[in-house]
Ligand binder design. Structure first.
Ligand SMILES: CC(C)(COP(=O)(O)OP(=O)(O)OC[C@H]1O[C@@H](n2cnc3c(N)ncnc32)[C@H](O)[C@@H]1OP(=O)(O)O)[C@@H](O)C(=O)NCCC(=O)NCCS
Length: 179
């Protein structure tokens, strides 16, 4: 059991997780969720530059995307892209800054990985800022991926598409055997 009583192992029906007296739910992201998603992104200026909300809106169209809601309010979101036949990348994941560290990201990620695995995905990638950048906010992000079973397999600097000076940590997690 995690802080605030959230446990990813207490699903009571598909997409719902009991959190004390409220019910967390996870569903597909809809266009109407974008203002709430944008508010989360803008509330995390140490993590996301001002262009990110528009990029997430573009990425959410045509890719798999989810929101985690608490009493109908969006408290987190994730976007993943499939890399057929057996790969996927989590492009974006974030939790309302007031709700971080309470297990919500874990609940959301577990659901995303379960759905990807059910769709035949074997290996999932996530990219984040490498420790060599010496930027403290992303220590918690790398810890999140590592605690959730992701393994760093590379550091790429510069990564095409990323601003110079932002070394990328490449993480992967296996959802099922590949050989
Ligand atoms: C990353 C993020 C989605 C995780 O969601 P969350 O709800 O905060 O995460 P959880 O509470 O489920 O889990 C956090 C885990 O990281 C661990 N952690 C956090 N900070 C840590 C630190 N500094 N050192 C060690 N572990 C740390 C926690 O112990 C916890 O693991 P545990 O449950 O095994 O103890 C969320 O914090 C977030 O939105 N971060 C900012 C945006 C971001 O970095 N997005 C990802 C970009 S790649």
């Amino acid at each position: 059991m995690m802080a605030d009583g959230v446990s990813p192992n207490t699903s009571v029906c598909p997409g719902q997780v009991r959190n004390n007296d409220v019910m967390l739910a996870i569903r597909r992201l809809a266009g109407a969720d974008m203002p709430a998603v944008t508010a989360i992104v803008l509330g995390l200026p140490d993590y996301f530059t001002s262009d990110v909300a528009a990029r997430i809106e573009r990425d959410a169209v045509g890719h798999d995307s989810w929101v985690l809601t608490d009493s109908a309010a969006v408290a987190g979101f994730a976007v993943a892209v499939r890399r057929p036949p057996g790969g996927a990348e989590i492009l974006w994941i974030a939790v309302d800054p007031a709700r971080r560290g309470q297990g919500l990201g874990t609940v959301l990620l577990d659901r995303v990985l379960d759905e990807l695995a059910a769709a035949g995905v074997s290996v999932v990638e996530a990219k984040t800022l490498d420790r060599s950048a010496g930027y403290p906010p992303y220590e918690a992000t790398r810890a999140f991926w590592e605690r959730r079973g992701f393994v760093q397999i590379d550091t790429i600097d510069p990564l095409p598409g990323w601003q110079p000076g932002n070394p990328a940590a490449i993480y992967v997690a296996a959802l099922q055997p590949t050989r």
